[in-house]
Ligand binder design. Sequence first.
Ligand code: PLP
Length: 374
Amino acid sequence: MTEDSRVLDARYYMPAFGRTMKVVRGAGSRVWDDQGREYIDCVAGIAVCSTGHCHPAVVEAICDQARRLIHCSNLYYVPNQAELAEKLVGITGLSKAFFSNSGAEANEGAIKLARVRTGREKFVAFVHGFHGRTCGSLAVTHKPAIREPFEPLSPACTFVDYGDLDALAEVVDKDTAGVFVEPIQGEAGVLIPPDDFFRGIRDICDDAGALMIVDEVQTGMGRTGKWLAIQHTGVAPDIVTLAKGLASGFPIGALVAREGLEFGKSEHGSTFAGGPLACAAALATIGVIEEVLPDVPAKGERFMKGLSSHNPRGRGLMIGISVGDRCPEVQRICAENGVLVNCAADGNLRLIPPLVITDEEIDTAVGVINAALD
Ligand SMILES: *Cc1c(COP(=O)(O)O)cnc(C)c1O
């Protein structure tokens, strides 16, 4: 990073992030910093660059749409919007979609939809769960350090231990609008509950008339080897939210809901959401994922096998390793040796590479990560 950018950032940008490196270019599963150093990217913009960096089909779709229409607002039918909604309904097996500009906003929409359709106000979510940083999505996000400075928040939310169905059954009642759950907790560091957890949540929600809202912002769009991680469990949610991997880095989020759950006229909206460029990028992204999705489980297994001496856990290309206090040091050593990895919460090393990562890149990354961990 040039001294100039560092100085400008320190002087003019709010210091909400801790960072040292400047990434200036990407292609496939590689990125380059401003010193010309090359890295295999096992962070992928935090599970965003699902098709790799600057995939030609995505670049082409964005450029092509940009030449015709960049924005027109939701006052009119928007090019690519209904086509993308149809795709997402097909992928999720649900009924109708609504777009947003981010994961947090998708969850905001889910909160509003649950409240307006159930007529109830309260939510239940899980310890270590993450659903975003806007006021509503933060209210259902557990981490006290990021939530408590902003209290009181709305909606009211009760947190129970992830995986604890008895505790869940005790707090979900006739006033509960919805239960927010990640199929695998991502920001927490790739925590995977037993599959029957989700059947249990479904039953508890059905008994109380509460909605089961599955946050697939990080786990969705092929990350775990299926379009949605909840599809590994056979459980059908009421609402699914998506964002990160949906458009290869172009900002977009979505909520998709079952039959009978929809916003009526004027109940929700957004100036930018579901715009022509975002939907073009998402459609192109889905086209690429359709091709690579069958290979994701084997790629994930190759990673897991390579890292097996360090007890990795994961599903598809979403892998976590408990490292503890050494995690930041491991992250630094990996970067020095040309592999980007990321420390999620509680010393959990997280690997969320592009779905297009090659076997050779996996083997190289595994070698560097193993050496850093040893
Ligand atoms: C990242 C994330 C969000 C928030 O998405 P933003 O686009 O950062 O608002 C919500 N839920 C989960 C599970 C996430 O991983």
